[in-house]
Design a protein. Structure first.
Length: 235
């Protein structure tokens, strides 16, 4: 091959390199800079980068108990706990508040948590106790994890929603009883089909002296009612 042809081939290779190499080195600009996960910074990964819809819900006007620090997005501290429950102080980002972070200590980025991780009886005065249920009833058929009754073991014997909590715990859709917590305490819509008894039946027997004995109280008959309550999120 003559020297002129070699020169042309070299020029062609250089020309291709000038256009191709920048694209092969970096597909996206900014891909070689990282968020700070250092010991003094904790984690500055913005959760709302992907979860902007949740961030919008959290910062909406009048969002109730969780519209202020440390709960408000994009802090996302509820999902950055370091244990199955909060016993002394909040533990955020895989490390106790004020301590050194250990990324990936429990989960790589975020925990799907039970509401009771903060709201069970007596474990964290900063968070209101959400119990008052019968511990034996709500954990019937499952292993107890959180305390739904008072610290002395009392409370909840006549709570109207014991069965609601129990069935939410047994259902795999969410952690623990979160289905019940969310259905009652958030603006999420609910669709319910109620099958209720519609007749009270009992036996009334009159005695010889005109006194009455009432026995055999039962609830009978089926009345099926469906309700639909819309999502009431103000955003």
């Amino acid at each position: 091959m003559s020297s002129s042809k070699l020169i042309l081939v070299a020029i062609a290779i250089v020309a291709v390199g000038l256009f191709a190499l920048p694209s092969s080195v970096s597909l996206f600009s900014g891909q070689h800079t990282w968020y700070n996960l250092g010991e003094t910074a904790g984690s500055d990964v913005p959760c709302d980068k992907c979860h902007a819809d949740i961030n919008a819900e959290m910062i909406s006007t009048g969002n109730g108990a969780h519209d202020f620090d440390p709960y408000i997005a994009p802090g996302c501290n509820c999902h950055r706990v370091d244990d199955t429950r909060i016993t002394t102080e909040p533990a955020y980002g895989g490390y106790p508040e004020g301590g050194s972070p250990t990324p990936g200590n429990k989960s790589h980025a975020a925990e799907t948590i039970a509401c009771m991780i903060c709201h069970e009886q007596g474990n964290q005065p900063a968070y209101p106790f959400a119990g008052g249920f019968d511990q034996a009833v709500v954990y019937e058929g499952s292993t107890p994890v959180y305390y739904y009754n008072h610290s002395d073991g009392s409370g909840g014997e006549h709570a109207a929603h014991n069965q609601f909590i129990r069935e939410a715990i047994l259902d795999p859709l969410m952690e623990d009883s979160n289905e019940a917590c969310i259905a009652c305490h958030t603006r999420i819509g609910v669709n319910i089909t109620w099958t209720k008894n519609k007749v009270m039946a009992f036996d009334a027997t009159e005695g010889a002296q005109g006194d009455w004995s009432l026995t055999g109280f039962t609830a009978e008959g089926d009345d099926v009612v469906s309700i639909s309550y819309p999502n009431d999120w103000t955003g």
